[in-house]
Design a protein around this ligand. Structure first.
Ligand code: SAH
Ligand code: SF4
Length: 428
């Protein structure tokens, strides 16, 4: 996932510091469990929900505006806070709906200020325990970036990505995508009048969460409508107010949806390129067999709104001896010639069982130098939150470990509090 584009030092890139905190988060039994939450709904969704609660047609627009403001601008958690909504309507809403967020199962805070939340979505039926997803927050001095998931797991099986090895896959609903942002703001005290935590580096700006990257679990363009609707909520000027220029959608290259993404989502675009030859990209990003490099780059050149001020970012993971030669760097520059582009070199984040290694620091510097001399800024993405497995491609592994531990501890009669409060140093 994207971390701010700062150049890393050799020590930073190789260091994997211990997590300094791992906070068990209480998960109170949700009042109104089983009832539908309004949190995460678009204006159209809110309107339908209010109509179902018998709000008269002529009042709908005004009521939607009020409730939307309370939920997304003020972060209200209780209908009783909505003082400009009549008591009568508040009571009716309370009977029909909740303002519940997904349950926060655990929060981990890295030494570098990165936070990772494991959230459990409400169950969707008798056989669903509720999807578990991870959302990562990456603070920097001037901005705070939230890395959001669009699917549980991913169908695409890129060979270097841990998420692709997960079996269970489903699309997140638009409300579940928005809910990740709501939970982050809750946890960071990022609503008007609330206190922010003082224990870690947080950005100096007005908002703790100022940017969104769709770089968590999943392929966002395989869940197009839900991602589009969720970003509409995120960008709404009387609500969460994250401008579309501060939202970056990363795709492994779903070519037929790229133009539509520009037109209907209007976010910045990032492409997981990772290789400059089709034979290698077929192996690293198997979707390349369907949409080869030249088709992908054509789609990028025609991305609506592309300009020098709105460049397409190309992500390139540095894999030792695989895609990191001088010739690869020169070919990368040649392929992108004439396109308003940025290149982000990502040190590979290893995970248990992977056959790849991260390129060594001298190689990354040399690669970056070739790109820089060709006129591109060539930031190397500082790995963030490695100690809590929050870095790119590491998501979900911790959840699996927690599950394994939960089983073991259940078998030996120890309660779950012990699990989430445990230090991770033994298995990182
Ligand atoms: N599915 C989308 C978005 C999620 S992946 C996509 O592939 O673009 C976000 C970024 O993390 C992608 O660029 C992906 O290639 C990269 N990534 C995945 N696994 C990684 C790993 N182990 N180390 C470093 N980057 C990784
Ligand atoms: Fe899916 Fe992206 Fe991982 Fe590929 S890199 S498996 S597309 S999440």
């Amino acid at each position: 996932m994207q971390a701010p584009t700062i150049s890393a030092t050799a020590e930073q890139a190789s260091a994997a510091p211990d997590a300094i905190e791992k906070t068990p988060v209480a998960s109170p039994a949700a009042p109104g469990a089983g009832m539908r939450s309004l949190v995460g709904l678009t204006r159209a969704g809110l309107s339908a929900a209010l109509a179902e609660a018998d709000v008269p047609e002529r009042e709908l627009r005004m009521r939607v505006a009020q409730i939307h403001h309370w939920i997304y601008h003020r972060g209200a958690k209780d209908f009783s806070e909505m003082l400009n909504v009549s008591k009568h309507l508040r009571a009716r809403l309370e009977q029909a709906y909740t303002l519940a967020r997904p349950e926060v199962v655990s929060e981990q805070i890295s030494r570098d200020g990165t936070r990772k939340w494991l959230m459990r979505m409400p169950s969707t039926g008798p056989h669903d325990k509720g999807a578990e997803i991870e959302t990562v927050y990456i603070p920097d001095s001037s901005r705070g970036t939230l890395c959001i998931s669009s699917q549980v797991g991913c169908t695409l099986n890129c060979s270097f990505c841990h998420t692709g090895t997960q079996k269970l896959v489903r699309n997140l609903t638009s409300a579940e995508i928005v809910a990740q942002l709501m939970v982050a703001r809750d946890q960071l005290g990022d609503w008007p009048g609330q206190e922010r935590p003082v224990d870690n580096l947080l950005p100096s700006g007005e908002r703790a969460v100022s940017n969104i990257v769709l770089m968590g679990m999943g392929e966002p363009l395989y869940n197009f409508e839900n991602v589009r609707d969720a970003m509409e909520v995120a960008a709404d000027g009387d609500g969460l107010t994250i401008s579309r220029r501060r939202i970056t959608l990363s795709t492994s290259g779903v070519v037929p949806e790229i133009r539509r993404a520009g037109e209907e989502i209007g976010s910045m675009l990032a492409i997981s390129l990772h290789a400059v030859r089709n034979d290698l990209r077929d192996e690293l990003v198997p979707l390349n067999k369907k949409y080869p490099i030249h088709e992908l780059l054509d789609a990028c050149r025609n991305y609506p709104g592309i300009s020098n001020a709105r460049r397409v970012t190309f992500e390139y993971v540095m894999l030792d001896g695989i895609n990191d030669s001088d010739a690869d760097a020169r070919e990368l520059v040649r392929l992108l010639r004439g396109m308003p582009a940025k290149i982000n070199l990502i040190p590979f984040n290893p995970w248990p069982g992977t056959k790849y290694k991260c390129s060594d620091w001298e190689r990354i510097e040399r690669f970056s130098e070739i790109i820089f001399r060709a006129g591109y800024a060539s930031p190397v993405r500082t790995p963030r939150g490695r100690d809590i497995l929050a870095a790119c491609g590491q998501l979900k592994s911790e959840t699996e470990k927690l599950r394994a531990r939960a089983r073991l501890m259940q078998e030996s009669g120890i309660g779950a509090e012990g699990i989430y409060g445990a230090s991770s140093s033994d298995d990182d």
